[in-house]
Design a protein around this ligand. Sequence first.
Ligand code: GLN
Length: 298
Amino acid sequence: MVSCTYKELKNLWLEKLEDSNIESAEFEINEMLGKALGIDCRKPVYLEKLKSGVNIEVKKIFEKLCERRLNGEPLQYILGEWEFYGLPFKVGEGVLIPRQDTETLVDIAVKKLGKEENLIVTDLCSGSGCIGISLEKNLSCEKVVCVEKSDKALKYLKQNVQINQSKAEIINGDIFDSNVLSTVPISDLIVCNPPYITADEMKKLQREVTFEPESALFGGEDGLDYYRDITRIYKDKIKDGGMLLFEIGINQEDEVMRILIQHGFKNVRTRPDLIGVNRCVFGQKLEKTKLCTDVMSV
Ligand code: GLN
């Protein structure tokens, strides 16, 4: 039997991916073939390889990856690794995939706190650790703590700390558990990308997103449960002058800003992501100033 080349094999599956309306089919097929071959598809050696005849074992591996993709599984899970803020993160079933939107949050923290030193940073609902680890790499930190309750996510979080040679520490537990709370340090910055999808939106998730853990997506009926509880409980874990910084879902900025203001945060702002959607809300804890104004207003 005459075997086909990798290029022919690739084109065969490219068509199948396109037929099932996978948007970036060409990009994805190269990534999957590169993975099956054990070659970085962005290197010239990959283009060379496409001209050669297929190895039956590689073909089997590749077809399996393509079948998973056709079944709706996200490319990131299939590849097992994804880039965030220029760093590699291991991902797979049970952990939220790092998204480019979330880089907005890291950008804000770096912009606001880039000149400070010895920062204490806490990342709640850490998942893969993409936020906490990126902050540890891009800010001058004395301590970074990542809190995560899911055992599946924890496995990736640990690996990601390791592969990025990060000094971030991990607390394994529920952010609302009193033992966890007592272990979280008083921080200069608390960041969180909580589950924020509403009950209605959960019914209409993109197929790929349904493969991600519900516990990392569903934020209660109106999507705001975590913002209310975290702001209430964790404001006492922020230093005077420190910052609380959330990622938010589309159109949640007014509600989340209101929650922060109600809890006494000052300088409460929202910021857009690269496509102009308000993606973050942050505020400053200013107890002393508050006290002054309170006294003055007496
Ligand atoms: N950004 C994710 C999405 O829209 C949701 C993640 C979250 O709830 N924090 O699919």
